[in-house]
Ligand binder design. Structure first.
Ligand code: ADP
Ligand code: MG
Length: 697
């Protein structure tokens, strides 16, 4: 048996279990062995109940003395508690109560005098220690050595795949490994890092003899994940470099002329980034560059220079943005910057009349349109360019990996710029987006005033309204942001409308407008237009305005229920009001009581206006899975590594990967054959159109 075999060949894994395993992505022995425990319990010695302490995790083994299931009557189901299960357990030194909510089905499993292994953090209630919703396993007499008397790995289990079953299955898979099992991590690397070989590492991570062994094995697998992600990154980069692109001939004269059309001068940081981009555009291989910069730093204008270079060199260029509003707004920016240049600029969005879309498609294919700015309508099959050589994507995180990859395919190795307002630390960016070169705008235009961020609670609503009134009387405009997370949820929409009606009567002196994703596109445009012109004093909106809306006179923003928004998103919203020289106010109006996590988030916003710091904080608060899912640029999912926590390992992995690809760019050497195999396996899994296999084809 080799470890690419399917798990169904293992004893005890029937079709049903296999199906469940498949659901969590486990198909082969190899997948199974890479299903790591997320923590360990020391079951060499259980804690005596009499010795446990408040707030200290403990593992105890104890017998059930009594059980009680309380069903809550319907009218009392406050906080959605339907039933409460209470179990008293004892290990002869003392008794402790365990409580579970809404887990009534456990009642029948927990019989008096059964033995349980319980893991949790005791809390004090009415002077007594209690375990609230602890994790547990049923103990069975004569139990084998996998689950007891040792350090035991704890896996994320589903109802039908219990801890013990997972352990048992993994141990069977381990028995099938032998010294011949291939180790895709190169020997040199292992030797230098003093990593155990693959078989020892699997044993060490699943059934460690000591915490040190578990740690070293984990480190190896973390390193391994990062190493292969970096190999992929370097391979992709090498492939970009080997492509041939048209270089842009437009030179310094054009740039000077454009600068004369600007109302302001570029910041030093914009200048630096611009020269990095211009430098790339003169090359004969395609640019692949990520432009990062905090919201409001002026990325659009820098991108606009690149558009001009493309068009003046005789090519077409395309700009993909996440919303229609933003498409129209960028067109205005471009028109103003390109006045007197005679460029043909069109907006292509799904809401245009059918005939209009057909005309634009036709003119794009005939090469009559120089610059097309659009939403995902740009990547539809009907869009065929004559000579597209430059593409840019704004607010790239709003697009899926596959969507982003489609745009450059519309041209022949076009120069490629993607833009992001979610800055992350440089070393991280290099790794996650490693096949892209990185440009960062590090400063805001001169004269921008940092918004005053105020977190207030419901009690102060009247004060907030008075504050709004005062600011409007002074001529400013206001956003009130309302959390509709799912734009298509009717219930949410209704509550936005109710909110709007309430506000209308409270602010009867002023003009209010309502803005959300479900408005007809025409209405969306007219509302924003009206707001821009000053005809609307208060815009009651969902987060649709988060992306790109630029109304300089709107300097007050109130966010209702900020607890429902992520940190980075709140920061993006705040960026909307930092567009002029009036003092901006960002008011978070939360419920009276919020969770610790929410409180941390809102405080972080109050304390900092630095997008880099905010996104780092976001990363820590949200944890890597969520964050990187969104950030990663077509890399395999990280199961065990956390690039932020493991930054040092990441740097080392990156250095090793670099050395290998430099000496053997195609991975042809015999000693690299396992790396190649692994990369091919990883890359085939990616549905991403960047995938290596496709590029090879
Ligand atoms: P973002 O980087 O968030 O996309 P934008 O490109 O929308 O930012 O720019 C925000 C605003 O700042 C725009 O109104 C733009 O005209 C203005 N702006 C850009 N660069 C400068 C600058 N160097 N000096 C003054 N204002 C600038
Ligand atoms: Mg922008």
């Amino acid at each position: 048996m080799i470890h690419t075999d399917f798990i169904r060949y293992l004893k005890g894994v029937g079709p049903k279990k296999e199906e469940i395993f498949n659901k969590i992505g486990i198909h082969t022995l190899d997948d199974l062995l890479h299903y790591y425990p997320f923590r360990y319990e020391d079951r060499r010695n259980f804690k005596k109940i009499k010795d446990i302490k408040e707030n200290e995790f403990c593992v105890i083994k104890a017998k059930i003395l009594a059980r009680n299931l309380k069903k809550m009557p319907y009218f009392m189901r406050a906080k959605r508690v339907k039933n409460i299960l209470e179990i008293a357990i004892s290990d002869d030194t003392a008794v402790i109560n365990c409580t579970w909510f809404n887990q009534g089905y456990l009642y029948d499993k927990m019989n008096i005098s059964d033995t349980l292994i319980v893991y949790g953090k005791p809390r004090m209630y009415d002077g007594k220690l209690k375990l609230i919703a602890p994790e547990f396993e049923m103990f069975e007499e004569g139990e084998d050595s996998l689950n007891l008397g040792r350090i035991v790995g704890i896996y994320s289990a589903t109802q039908n795949l219990g801890q013990k079953f997972i352990r048992k299955t993994i141990s069977l898979a381990l028995e099938n490994l032998d010294a011949q099992t291939r180790d895709s991590l190169p020997f040199d690397v292992r030797r230098e890092k003093k990593f155990p070989n693959i078989v020892q590492s699997f044993k060490g991570i699943h059934f460690p003899q000591s915490f040190e062994e578990a740690e070293k094995s984990r480190e190896r697998f973390i390193f391994e994940e990062l190493f292969f992600s970096q190999i992929l990154v370097y391979l992709r980069k090498a492939r970009h470099r080997s492509q041939v692109a048209d270089s842009f001939s437009a030179g310094p004269k054009l740039i000077e002329k454009l600068k004369q059309n600007l109302k302001f001068s570029l910041t030093a940081s914009q200048e630096k980034v611009l020269s990095e981009i211009l430098n790339d555009l003169a090359k004969t291989y395609p640019m692949h560059r990520l432009l990062q910069g905090d919201v409001g730093c002026g990325k659009t204008v820098v991108a606009a220079f690149a558009f001009a270079c493309a068009v003046s060199s005789g090519f077409q260029a395309a700009f993909m943005v996440p919303t229609e509003i933003l498409a129209y707004q960028h067109r205005e920016t471009f028109k103003s910057l390109f006045r007197g240049f005679g460029y043909r600029i069109e907006v292509l969005v799904a809401s245009l009349a059918k005939g209009e879309i057909e005309r634009i498609h036709k003119e794009i294919s005939e090469g009559k349109i120089d610059i097309v700015i659009g939403t995902h309508a740009l990547i539809s099959d009907e869009v065929i360019f004559k000579n597209l050589r430059f593409v840019a994507i704004d607010e790239q995180h709003k697009f899926g990996v596959a969507q982003r990859a489609l745009l450059p395919k519309k041209g022949v190795n076009p120069h490629y710029l993607i833009m992001s307002a979610t800055p992350i630390p440089r070393s991280l960016a290099l790794s996650l987006y490693g096949d892209l070169d990185l440009s960062v705008i590090t400063e805001l235009p001169l004269g921008r005033i940092v918004p005053k961020t105020m977190w207030v609670t419901e009690k102060k609503r009247q004060w907030v309204y008075d504050f709004i009134e005062e600011k409007i009387s002074k001529g400013r405009q206001v956003y009130i942001i309302y959390p509709i997370i799912e734009e298509n949820e009717d219930e949410d929409l209704r509550s936005l409308e109710t909110m709007y009606d309430n506000l209308k009567s409270r602010f009867s002196k002023f003009k209010l407008g309502m803005f959300h994703g479900q408005l007809a596109p025409k209405n969306k445009l007219s509302v924003i237009d009206e707001f821009r012109k000053g005809g609307i004093n208060i815009l009651v909106s969902t987060t649709v305005v988060e992306v790109g809306v630029n109304v300089e006179n709107a300097t007050v923003m109130v966010v209702e229920n900020p607890e429902r928004f992520g940190l980075a998103q709140l920061h993006q919203l705040r960026g909307r009001i930092q567009r002029s020289n009036y003092e901006p106010y960002f008011i978070l109006l939360s419920a009276e009581e919020v969770s610790e996590e929410v409180s941390q988030r809102l405080k972080a916003l109050q304390d900092s206006n630095d997008g880099f710091k905010i996104s780092e904080e976001d990363l820590i608060l949200r944890g890597p899975g969520d964050f990187f899912g969104q950030m990663q640029h077509g890399l395999p999912e990280l199961k065990i590594a956390n690039p932020l926590r493991d930054l040092e390992l990441l740097k080392e992995a990156r250095a090793f990967a670099y050395k290998i690809i430099k000496s053997d760019p195609e991975l042809h050497k015999l000693e690299h054959r396992f790396i190649r195999e692994r990369i091919e396996a990883l890359s085939a899994e990616l549905k991403d159109s960047f995938s290596l296999l496709e590029e090879k084809a």
